[in-house]
Design a protein around this ligand. Structure first.
Ligand SMILES: C[S@@+](CC[C@H](N)C(=O)[O-])C[C@H]1O[C@@H](n2cnc3c(N)ncnc32)[C@H](O)[C@@H]1O
Length: 503
């Protein structure tokens, strides 16, 4: 008998017991959640429609996922776990590849498809694509099934069998006709029955052979595999209400700079600049319109990651008409301010961003028939929030300034410069406030904590000193720039709202 060291035995036992408990707990929690979900909301389909979604389960699910990760760290052999982690960037490449090839859209349009059909539709190399799809199936990005379509060798074999059978039948028919002519109908029937009896075992043997071949292939064999869309890959489809395809494309653009992390950590230089030959991410985008367009498209998909509705629920003043104007500083193509204005008839909006982005936003709004009414209530302003006086001045008391996903792109010193410009823009107007809509680094066990720590490394790679911040760090920035933090409002999403007033 193999002697198992006692700690390993107990660790394995504890892991199995804990996993069992977790699964049971999850099932108990998930069952009512699924019922509520099916009946009352579209939690799994459209976060923005999902205000009645079982957010409790979302948080519990994240918590359980984290425990599972921690248990994995302790219980799996460390070399295996570490190599798994080292492999994770290949997993990301699998996701990027199917996204860039548009595989999810094809599966949405045509239903499950074979590797050959997908390769033909995307112009990709069939075998490589099939291997990528097999990896994607292990990640839950596609389903992989056998049997709906047969492999070409199986198909050839079956065609040959059919031909032989047909030939055999024709020969037999000739003989039968000759015999039947003399011996009458009864005899002919007997001959046919004999033939049938001979054919049955042949057919059974062929079916058994096929079944055996299928069993030998196993679930990972690519022969005859057919791939389908899953709930995960559905959000890579253009028509999904929570599509994140552009976001995923943007992340894939950042793989090159990420490969310079080691050199950045050694030298204290920004990995992006090491990769791009000294250009900052913003300068690079300013020089390459296609890169900027990809970035802006991705930013409009923030709403899929963290529902705007969740922010509006946390800060009703954004949508209840009590604020005369909402000024979105660094507002990109205006997805946030557009959503806020669409929910009311009174408030006006101002969108401020770099000149090229503000112009692109105006053009996109003009071209969108759904924004025709909103256009009359919004002004577009191009400029830099580092330039004195560029941020639109407050025109009335009670206006709301918004910085959504802005400060995490900048160092402390730059963030204070931006905040001071916003403070100067508010001037002496009464009851104006600032909402910083961002992730706030919180407890390690919060369901969103890992995502934000990953986000912090993403910011390091792109911008060096830029970072995700804790509540205390936001408080410090605000105090240094003429604001006072009033409260930090959690939302039912990834972002929190830091509310501040001028002092
Ligand atoms: C991470 S994106 C956030 C976009 C938007 N707030 C949102 O939540 O979707 C950062 C935005 O800051 C803008 N930005 C960067 N540098 C800027 C500057 N110097 N002045 C004004 N806007 C700037 C970018 O163009 C981009 O739209």
């Amino acid at each position: 008998m193999i002697a198992v060291p006692e700690p390993v035995f107990w660790a394995a036992a504890a892991y199995i017991a804990a996993s069992g408990l977790l699964l049971a707990g999850l099932a108990v929690l998930a069952a009512p959640a699924l019922v509520i979900t099916r009946r009352r909301s579209r939690y799994f389909e459209d976060w923005n429609e999902a205000l009645h979604a079982p957010w409790f389960f979302w948080h519990v699910g994240g918590f359980l996922f984290r425990i599972q990760e921690l248990l994995g760290n302790y219980v799996l052999p460390a070399p295996q776990r570490v190599c798994d982690l080292a492999h994770s960037h290949f997993r990301a490449q699998v996701l990027f590849t199917i996204n860039e090839l548009g595989v999810p859209d094809l599966l949405r349009k045509h239903g499950p498809m074979s590797g050959a059909a997908l390769a033909a539709a995307t112009g990709a190399h069939r075998e490589y694509l099939e291997r990528v799809l097999r990896a994607a199936s292990r990640m839950g990005l596609v389903t992989m099934a056998h049997g709906a379509e047969r492999s070409s060798s199986e198909q050839q074999q079956q065609e040959q069998q059919q031909q032989q059978q047909q030939q055999h039948e024709e020969e037999g028919k000739g003989q039968r006709e000759a015999k039947a002519g003399k011996k009458g109908k009864q005899q002919q029937q007997r001959v046919e029955e004999e033939e049938e009896g001979r054919r049955e075992p042949e057919q059974a043997a062929a079916a058994a052979r096929q079944q055996q071949a299928r069993r030998r292939r196993g679930p990972l064999d690519l022969e005859g595999a057919v791939f389908g869309l899953t709930q995960l890959s559905a959000v890579l489809c253009e028509d999904h209400p929570n599509c994140v395809a552009a976001m995923v494309s943007l992340f894939s653009d950042h793989c090159g700079p990420a490969s310079e992390l080691l050199e950045g950590v050694r030298s204290g230089r920004t990995p992006y600049e090491l990769w791009s030959g000294g250009r900052s991410h913003w300068d690079h985008m300013a020089a390459e319109p296609e890169l900027l367009a990809r970035f802006n498209r991705a930013m409009t998909q923030f709403n899929s990651l963290s529902p705007v509705e969740a922010v509006f629920t946390a800060c009703p003043a954004l949508v209840d008409g009590s604020a005369p104007r909402i000024v979105d500083v660094g507002g990109g193509l205006g997805a946030f301010v557009g959503a806020a204005l669409a929910r009311q008839r009174r408030a006006r909006g101002a969108l401020f961003d770099m000149p090229r982005v503000a112009a692109a936003a105006k053009k996109a709004w003009r071209a969108d028939p759904g924004k025709r009414e909103l256009m009359a209530r919004v002004t577009f302003h191009g400029g830099s929030f580092f330039d004195a006086g560029a941020v639109p001045r407050a025109e009335a008391d009670g206006e709301i300034y918004v910085l959504r996903e802005i400060l995490h792109d900048w160092s402390d010193a730059d963030s204070i410069r931006i905040l001071r410009e916003v403070r100067a823009a508010i001037g002496a107007r009464a009851r104006c406030r600032l909402l910083i809509v961002e992730a706030v680094l919180a407890s390690a066990m919060r369901s969103t904590a890992s995502a934000r720590v990953n986000g912090d490394i993403h910011m390091l790679v792109q911008y060096g000193d830029a970072k995700e911040r804790t509540e205390a760090q936001f408080c410090g920035l605000l105090e240094a720039s003429g604001f006072e933090m009033r409260r930090v409002v959690p939302t039912k999403g990834l972002f929190l709202v830091v509310e501040a007033v001028p002092v």
